[in-house]
Ligand binder design. Structure first.
Ligand code: HEC
Length: 186
């Protein structure tokens, strides 16, 4: 017969108790961490839905109207005597084509394309406002000045690029700029 003596019995029980305690502590810790993670995910999900919900709302009147318009039947049949209950689909007139960019005026062209060289006389360019610099050039005739501005040329003073390097300008715009420059240099 193997009888457990009282002292030994106590030792066994306390061993078992402390092992249970350890397990319980660990278990609580794991559960606690999992609960915290779940809570964090929940908060994050709520935050995200708050931020994005507005964008995807599909029950606004405008959205519904847009859908109704897109899925509207191509045509409808009315029996004789029957009144049209649905509004007759209206075909929207195509918007007017974009107006071609209005031609720039002489001063506008000068300010955007010529001023860089002709305001101060960079690289030998006759400065606008300097009548003495322009007098001999005006002697060549207006047509020559315009042609030189449009086609570009190299004179004794320097290089005048065609249209001041702005090939997007029309001949007429450059010609207007020349007239403006001359008017400012009399
Ligand atoms: C990169 C500098 C530069 C730009 C930009 C420029 N010019 Fe000139 N331009 C010159 C130079 C340099 C001359 C003088 C060339 C010479 O006579 O040797 C000149 C000369 C001229 C002349 C005199 C031509 C002649 O026969 O004497 C006219 C007119 C003129 N430019 C118009 C214009 C107009 C208009 C623009 C803008 C659309 C323009 N230029 C932009 C440098 C420039």
């Amino acid at each position: 017969m193997h009888a457990v003596r009282p002292k030994q019995a106590f030792k066994l029980r306390s061993n078992k108790l402390s092992r249970d305690q350890k397990f319980f502590d660990m278990y609580s810790l794991v559960i606690g961490v999992l609960a915290a993670v779940a809570l964090a995910i929940l908060v994050l999900a709520m935050k995200m839905s708050d931020l994005t919900q507005g964008v995807y709302t599909r029950d606004t009147a405008e959205y519904q109207a847009a859908v109704a318009e897109r899925i509207r039947p191509m045509s409808q049949v009315y029996l004789p005597g029957e009144e049209s209950s649905a509004p007759v689909p209206t075909v929207k007139a195509a918007p007017d084509p974009e107006p071609v960019a209005a031609a720039l005026t002489g001063p506008q062209v000068y300010n955007s394309a010529c001023l860089a060289c002709h305001a101060a006389g960079v690289g030998g360019a006759p400065a606008v406002g300097n009548a003495a610099a322009w007098a001999p050039r005006i002697g060549q005739g207006l047509d020559t000045l315009k042609r030189h501005a449009i086609e570009g040329y190299t004179g004794s003073a320097g290089y005048m690029p065609a249209k001041g390097g702005r090939m997007d300008l029309s001949d007429a715009e450059v010609a207007d700029a020349v007239e403006y420059m001359l008017a400012e240099s009399q």
